[in-house]
Design a binder for this molecule. Sequence first.
Ligand code: NAG
Ligand code: NAG
Ligand code: NAG
Ligand code: NAG
Ligand code: NAG
Ligand code: CU
Length: 678
Amino acid sequence: MNPTLLGILLIITAALKFSNAQVDERPVILPAPVRGIDCICDYNANPCRCKFEVEHLLTMIYQEGDETYLVKPYKGKLMANKTILNASQAEQVITADGDGSRLVIGINGKFPGPMIDAYENQEIEITVVNRFHTDSVTIHFHGLHQVGRPSMDGVAFVSQCPILPGQTFVYKIIASPPGTSYYHAHIGDQRSMGLYGPFVIRKPQSADQFFGEIIVTLQDWNHDMDSETAYQRMITEQFNSAGNKLPPTFSVDNAKFSRFAFHSGLVNGKGRYWSTNKKHNNATLERFIVRKGQKFRYRIIGAQTLYPMRVFIQEQTLSLRTSDCYNLKPIEVQSIIVHPGERFDFTFSFGSASRKEYLLVAETIETRDSHNSYHAAEAVIEIEDFDEPRNVNPENDYTKTEVCSEVAKCAVFNCPYGSPGTNSQNCLNFNHVTNTEPNRDPSSIMSIDEEYFFNFAFPGRGYTPGSVNGREFVSPVSPVLTQPGSLKTKCGEKDCTNDICKCTYIVDLPKDKVIQLIFTNLGTGSGWSHPVHLHGHTFFVMKMGFGAYDETNGRLINDTADIMCTDLNNFCTDMRWTNSSWTGGNIPDLNNDPPQKDTIVVPTVTNNPGMWFLHCHIDLHNTNGMAMVISSGQGSYPKTPEGFPTCGNFLNDEESDDETSTPLPLWSVVVMGSLGDL
Ligand SMILES: *[C@@H]1O[C@H](CO)[C@@H](O)[C@H](O)[C@H]1NC(C)=O
Ligand SMILES: *[C@@H]1O[C@H](CO)[C@@H](O)[C@H](O)[C@H]1NC(C)=O
Ligand SMILES: *[C@@H]1O[C@H](CO)[C@@H](O)[C@H](O)[C@H]1NC(C)=O
Ligand SMILES: *[C@@H]1O[C@H](CO)[C@@H](O)[C@H](O)[C@H]1NC(C)=O
Ligand SMILES: *[C@@H]1O[C@H](CO)[C@@H](O)[C@H](O)[C@H]1NC(C)=O
Ligand SMILES: [Cu+2]
């Protein structure tokens, strides 16, 4: 897949007003959050205070009194001590895909983490306690821009030191913008083990009336690998139990997915393990109970490690409303492809129903013949007023997908390729939708101040790490935002055009300018899928460009002709518009009411001074170097809170004339915030 992506990112104005307007009742949320475990903010709490205790937990364990039992799936229920657990007992068990007792990361005993549910512009204090024995942690609030508070962004070594085992760190954040966001770990690949949770921000009053809401967090689950193993397998090889190499799988255009073996799909931490495409292990699924005619808002959160997933409700049509917190002009589609880091809201109600249970399915976009089991997350939607007994273990022969034909094609939103390779589907993308945010001003971004090309790929000779413009990201050892003087690895004058550089890539962008970023996946290092996420800002998607595809099978046959790589080796570390008259923003066919986003399979800036991470949202690629830092408005960064922790190397070398980085022993990493609140 070699799409060209153009994003313009602009000016975020945050109205930090907290009005006393009348509050709507919270809609019914299925499944209901639990106050104390989940972070449910009262409208009048300012700040709203919550505590997150992060720890390792095991799946499929049930404890009662002094006894501990191993749990097994049984026909959609759970069995322990040779008896079937009742609902309240089953609630205490973390199941994941029900395959053995496995290690996960939980918060407040929950996997995935608890929900944060707050009102727009509310201040929230989240006390994170690291209960791991060895690992460090940070929490990033994905979708929030931390306007004026870059040190609360949660990116290890960019905005803060990692929180070490036993330590506490208090995040003080403002809930903005309203919409569907989430939070997740931002060091290593801990998201793959469950360190994430939904974050919903409500407007006090919403014009959009609906009965309730259904939160769907998606995960691709590997039940064997912890996050370090996943990383090692990605950079080495994967073997099956017979000792054969497992080749990477691919989507219809032939874009490959790097080696992170998919075992099961999870919705809100639950799924079943399909060992073949006919056989699953009868594990428990998440269940949402609705009635005919009730309109629900479905908030879909892409918390996957690697695989894009196509979401649909069997045989239904969905009304797409938002992406990444921003309103789109609603369109009717049969399915939506969700890449890691993206969020989509759609609304839907069952007008009629022919059975009691329908499945909400999120199938990976790997072609079905590139692997030999069924790669999908499933959840049950039960129609309470359909007169039939409940089936806790509904079958899925996976032919009941969407309803399409050559005449009435199914609309698939957000294809990362130009052609679905089938006659019954029609691919739509961000070129086909427009923005309906009330305060938008598209005219303000139509002329640009600066333009940058960034190529996300794995170029190189023999050694092909993840990189942006041929620079493999070297993580700093101290946060660049708060200890800038300690940075010794910044990319310098060295020419990285024809050789891969290994350094900390930081691009300085001026304040209050309209910047055009062109994100590409081109050259010898292309061919793998990358969702790109920008911190601290949103961007407008001006245009998505694709290569040439064989319409009959969907394969990519040629790269985009719009961009020329000018470096010797076709690493595409240096690029320009093929048609030079496009330079400076003069590009044909731009969307004149462009949708706003923070994650795209692209984006940038500049009214939020700080150091902001820009990276592939596949943590495994990010850890491998596919990342960079946007320094926005250097010289006008906001002040860091008093006593903010510091960290860095200790070289124990008195000769070193390292005047800027005073080496700090580890115990000087201190607690931020008020201990009295803990
Ligand atoms: C487990 O099973 C044994 C034998 O049936 C029973 O005596 C015991 O009470 C059970 N334990 C629990 C916690 O239900
Ligand atoms: C579930 O079983 C436990 C233990 O036997 C019992 O105390 C509890 O009341 C039961 N709950 C329900 C909802 O049946
Ligand atoms: C799952 O349940 C079905 C129907 O009860 C049964 O035929 C099948 O063997 C079960 N699968 C496993 C792995 O237990
Ligand atoms: C691919 O694109 C290049 C440059 O635009 C063109 O010269 C070439 O003919 C194209 N190849 C195919 C197979 O379409
Ligand atoms: C270059 O782009 C301009 C503006 O879209 C267009 O008018 C012109 O025809 C293009 N030139 C070529 C050679 O395609
Ligand atoms: Cu990537």
